[in-house]
Design a protein around this ligand. Structure first.
Ligand code: AMP
Ligand code: MG
Length: 347
């Protein structure tokens, strides 16, 4: 094993995963523990912020100890403590930030607040050799946006959703079909047996200039089709999910074409489109985008599925990249429910 010079612990608690990981500067993931709160939120069909905050508080110490056990290290061997400082559900963010601040203070090591979106944006550099700049499509339960990742702390927003994220559209639609949160994996599974041409659903903004998205109209149309059909029939579910997935695939393809053109105009040296966030786990979307980018002479790179959904390794890695650049946070950092990546401006 190559000798490491820096080891960072990262905490993620901005939504419904309580996660702690330990990562080093030679790209070893020394521990990666993720506890999802699916059970807690299942009866409500979505993430309930107050329940999430309490669950983070209940689980964080156990998860931290488990991660330290897995790493085989002691807290004295950690060189910095990173936490998602936002954007996210504020109750959960406070839990992770306070834990990381407490550890940093106790061990007299830096505290590194990490923008959760920056963590998603940089994860690919933990698992692949990807140089700046690259184009990022971040697709998760709450986010759907194109960014040029220019460097740590430097992002250019190209466009994003005007209303819902893809993950939300899939989660809400799956719920109408009678399936629990998260709906994305269920829809992908059901779609495998279905006919993607069975239902024609709207494709908002397809063909229009720019690379914005809109999914609320599609969500409403999907609801209408479900209400008009035999929602519990396996045949209907398979055909409907295949059609919905294809419709989103068509939208993604169209928006990506525009985003690639916009990105290459700004940064002709871009060679990669990186797909990140929970929805990037969808194999169908990845396959569609792989063939598209090939025609444009760039590569599609996706971190492994376990690092696409929320996790602590992405926070630890972003913290490590920040610390290497001397971008250390202060204990005075206040958790941020909203925190657009563009506001970082090199800080
Ligand atoms: P995140 O917000 O990054 O934690 O990701 C969670 C979101 O990713 C939820 O909306 C899930 O429904 C969605 N998701 C997870 N796996 C898949 C999949 N295989 N296909 C589509 N969406 C998925
Ligand atoms: Mg999540």
């Amino acid at each position: 094993m190559v000798q490491n010079d820096m080891i960072i612990l990262g905490i993620e608690s901005s939504c419904d995963e309580t996660a702690v990981a330990v990562v080093d500067d030679v790209k070893n993931i020394l521990a990666n523990i993720v506890s999802s709160q699916y059970q807690e939120h299942r009866p409500f069909g979505g993430v309930v912020p107050e329940i999430a905050a309490r669950a983070h508080l209940n689980h964080i110490e156990f998860i931290l100890n488990k991660a330290m056990d897995e790493s085989g290290l002691t807290l004295d061997q950690i060189d910095g403590f990173a936490a998602s400082g936002g954007p996210g559900l504020i109750g959960g963010v406070i839990v992770g930030v306070m834990m990381a601040k407490g550890l940093a203070l106790a061990k007299n090591k830096p505290f590194i607040p990490v923008n959760h979106l920056e963590a998603h944006a940089l994860t690919v550099r933990l698992t692949h050799e990807v140089d700046f700049p690259y184009l990022l499509l971040l697709v998760s339960g709450g986010h759907c946006q194109f960014l040029i990742v220019e460097d740590v702390g430097h992002y250019t927003y190209l466009g994003g959703t005007l209303d819902d994220a893809i993950g939300e559209c899939l989660d809400k639609t799956a719920r109408l079909l009678g399936y629990a949160y998260p709906g994305g994996p269920t829809i992908e599974r059901l779609a495998r047996e279905g006919n993607p041409e069975a239902f024609h659903l709207p494709k908002p903004l397809k063909g229009q200039a720019g690379c914005s998205f809109s999914f609320s109209g599609l969500k409403t149309a999907a609801r209408k089709v479900i209400l008009e059909n035999e929602a519990k029939s396996p045949r209907f579910q398979a055909d409907f999910c295949a059609s919905l997935q294809k419709t989103i695939g068509d939208i993604l393809e169209d928006r990506c074409q525009h985003a690639i053109t916009m990105a290459l105009e700004k940064k002709p040296e871009i060679k990669d489109l990186v797909l990140a966030g929970g929805v990037a786990a969808n194999q169908y979307f990845c396959e569609r985008l792989t063939s598209l980018v090939r025609e444009r002479g760039i590569s599609l790179i996706t971190p492994p599925v376990s690092l696409c959904t929320d996790n602590g390794a992405m926070v630890a890695w972003a913290g490590l990249e920040r610390l290497q650049k001397g971008l250390v946070g202060s204990l005075a950092f206040a958790p941020r429910p909203r925190w657009p990546l563009e506001e970082l401006k090199g800080e």
